[in-house]
Write a protein that binds this ligand. Structure first.
Ligand SMILES: Cc1cc2nc3c(=O)[nH]c(=O)nc-3n(C[C@H](O)[C@H](O)[C@H](O)COP(=O)(O)O)c2cc1C
Length: 355
């Protein structure tokens, strides 16, 4: 089956995998056995807390793999600590013309120019409402603006999305760094980004107050860069906005689309370390980009990530990677005599920042 999927058009293979998982949604024990998660038990030292949210382990599924929340129950059963559904927009979007996902299995890279193709927030909300039990797996949603909207509409559209999905997701992320979405790329505009995020954080608080809830954590997903000046500007924007976390990073922009996987690894890792130092470790970083082995995940924690996400690693290595990463990190913590993951966070940031 894996060999068949590998030979198929990348997007069709993806749809097959997603539908297959969806079909197995009602068989969580089978999924746990298939991924190896069933035999691995609980991770005693790997719990992470961000705000009021507790994560059973630090391995998440990155945004874009299940854009429409088709199979969150099944993905939770595979052993992920958290899932980022989406990116979702207010109304359905068709995205760019196919083919728009390409991958190199040998070089372990992916290129995509999907754009925010998705079923829209109403459909995604209905699916999330049908999700009865994700166990200890935390489910959040990535939010983006419509393709034809200007960047000045990002805030109002994200606010509408927040309001719609507030009760059906545990956290939200704002995608301001997709290279495939016109006027949605705010990375070169630090002042505008800071103002947008600040307003969003305030709106989140008043929305929570109105609904009689605690504010939901909001993360922002940024584009990869190793330019110290850009990273300093970014850190300043993040600090003034009081955002709850930052996802480092989205794909690398190329003329063909966003590049993921192995070629992104060094940039994302070094950026994580640099941003960790600039933020003084005060805003949690979720590390993503080229994490293809358990050692990659461990190094991302040492660079300064509190948690990590996988996309290409999940595609090329399968669900077994989740448990392997958790076992590896537990072993490394034991070797260092540490009993909490957060004690390892950023331990090598100074070294990795110079790489
Ligand atoms: C086919 C594809 C679709 C993606 N869609 C999204 C998306 O909708 N929103 C988003 O924030 N990131 C999206 N990403 C980026 C991933 O979440 C991740 O940041 C990137 O692939 C780097 O991680 P990796 O090297 O483990 O693949 C997408 C990536 C791929 C390959």
């Amino acid at each position: 089956m894996a060999a068949l999927l590998a030979r198929m058009d990348a997007e069709r293979a993806h749809e097959w995998a997603l539908n297959g998982l969806n079909a197995l949604q009602s068989y969580p024990r089978t999924l746990r056995i298939l991924s190896g998660a069933g035999a691995l038990g609980q991770w005693t030292h790997l719990k992470v807390r961000i705000g009021d949210l507790e994560f059973a382990n630090p391995v998440g599924l990155a945004a874009g793999w299940d854009k429409n929340a088709v199979a969150p129950g099944a993905l939770a059963s595979l052993g992920f600590g958290f899932l980022e559904m989406g990116t979702v927009t207010l109304w359905p979007e068709a995205g760019n013309a196919r083919p728009r996902i390409f991958r190199g299995r040998r070089g372990q890279w992916m290129i995509n120019r999907v754009g925010f193709a998705n079923d829209g927030a109403w459909v995604v909300r209905e699916r999330l409402q049908r999700l009865q039990n994700s166990g200890s797996c935390v489910v959040g949603v990535s939010l983006g603006k419509m393709r034809t909207s200007g960047s000045d509409q990002l805030l109002s559209e994200v606010m509408k999305l927040l309001e719609m999905l507030y009760l059906d997701a545990a956290f939200f992320s704002v995608n301001v760094s997709s290279p495939n979405t016109p006027k949605g790329f705010l990375m070169g505009r630090p002042d505008f980004l800071a103002a947008t995020l600040k307003e969003l954080v305030q709106e989140n608080r008043s929305l929570a107050h109105r609904l009689g809830r605690l504010p939901k954590p909001i993360f922002v997903k940024v584009a990869p860069t190793v330019n110290w000046d850009h990273i300093r500007d970014m850190a300043a924007s993040l600090r003034t906005s009081e955002i709850n976390g930052v996802i480092v990073s989205n794909t690398l922009a190329t003329p063909e689309g966003g590049l993921s996987g192995l070629p992104l690894r060094a940039v994302s890792k070094s950026m994580t370390a640099r941003l960790y130092l600039e933020l003084d470790g005060k805003i949690p970083i979720i590390g993503v980009g080229g994490i293809l082995t358990p050692q990659d995940a461990w190094e991302r924690i040492l660079a300064g990530a509190s948690m990590i996400q996988i996309f290409s690693g999940f595609v090329f290595k399968g669900a077994g990677l989740i448990g392997k990463i958790c076992s590896h990190i537990e072993r490394k913590l034991a070797l260092l005599g540490l009993d909490r993951l957060e004690q390892a966070c950023g331990m090598k940031a100074k070294d990795y920042a110079l790489e």
